[in-house]
Design a binder for this molecule. Structure first.
Ligand code: NAD
Length: 297
């Protein structure tokens, strides 16, 4: 097999962000206000701070209003829930995102379920998870929503293709499986207790890895001609010379690329799509709240 084509998530995300920015301008013309996205960050987790900073930049670049609410790690549950309820009640706020993980003393599920489902642009509220499961219009978690766009651009009609999703988290694995199912793929969800994972993975036309284990998926797990979507973001240990550790996915890229037809690199594959989808979800939520028809993105 020749080396696989690298799926350019950066380019796909840039194209989507442009459409969202055009949609945001049109929305502002009709609704006489910009779409509003508010991000809540509790504590000083360095990775979360980087993600939130990137979201803040992206939302302004897309022509949206909004702010990041930075709260100390010691913030109590009542105070956090008060802020979420205030944002729920604010008519200029279309999207609310509480950055995860939260400090241990805060109940993540309770906080997420306090967000108004219509403003739940991360798609983690049980109402949105339920709607996705029964095939109703929903705000869909951004990372799997970005993955399904890349997969459809790559494969077109997914009917009858075998998709194997490794990972069953509420954030990636489960919604990913639902989205593939909605496209009529035959879906297998694999996880830490799955037997014969390499053999199972090798039967996949579409292989999605969302595990969080550096380069776990080896070349001989990949069927010739498969589409491989690597969601994992893992930083390897820093080198002895002090250089920052390399960023790798859940897939051993070079090996897998010898078998796959197309594969997402890390970085530059799935990652950039996540923020673009967050902006897209905010635009959709804003239209729904104003009773306007959202543009096709
Ligand atoms: P998670 O820890 O919540 O879930 C991991 C899943 O992997 C679990 O369902 C578990 O059953 C499964 N698993 C663990 N060990 C396994 C094994 N040995 N074999 C098979 N399955 C195994 O993680 P998550 O939130 O779903 O994220 C997964 C990865 O995706 C992480 O690396 C995370 O950093 C990355 N991520 C990337 C983005 C992005 O924007 N690109 C967004 C979210 C998450």
């Amino acid at each position: 097999m020749n080396a696989a084509r690298a799926i350019d998530g950066k380019a796909a995300a840039a194209a989507l962000r442009e459409k969202v920015a055009a949609g945001a301008r049109e929305f502002a013309r009709k609704a006489l206000r910009k779409p509003g996205l508010h991000v809540v960050l509790v504590g000083e987790d360095p990775a979360s701070a980087v993600y939130v900073g990137a979201k803040e930049k992206a939302l302004h670049k897309a022509g949206m209003d909004g702010a990041v609410h930075r709260l100390p790690a010691s913030t109590g549950e009542d105070e956090l829930l008060r802020l979420v309820r205030k944002l729920n009640a604010d008519p200029t706020v279309d999207g609310i995102l509480v950055q995860l993980p939260l400090p241990d003393h805060l109940d993540e599920a309770k906080v997420l379920d306090t967000i108004d489902p219509e403003k739940d642009v991360d798609g983690f509220h049980v109402v949105n998870a339920g709607k996705l499961a029964v095939g109703k219009e929903a705000l869909v978690p951004c990372t799997p929503a970005g993955c399904i766009r890349l997969i459809k651009e790559e494969r077109g009609d997914l009917s009858g293709l075998h998709a194997v999703v490794i990972g069953r988290s509420n954030i990636v694995g489960k919604p990913m499986a639902q989205l593939l199912l909605a496209e009529n793929a035959t879906v297998t969800i694999a996880h830490s207790r799955t037997r014969n994972l390499p053999e199972l993975a090798k039967t996949a036309d579409i292989l999605v890895a969302a595990v969080g284990r550096p380069e776990m998926v080896k070349g001989d797990w990949v069927k010739d001609g498969a589409t491989v979507i690597d969601v994992g973001i893992n930083r390897l240990a820093p080198a002895e010379d002090g250089a920052k550790g390399r960023l790798v996915g859940d897939v051993a890229y070079d090996e897998a690329a010898r078998h796959a037809a197309a594969i997402t690199p890390v970085p530059g594959g799935v990652g950039p799509m996540t923020i673009a989808m967050l902006l897209a979800n905010t635009l959709v939520a804003a239209h729904a709240r104003e009773g306007l028809e959202a543009p096709t993105l």
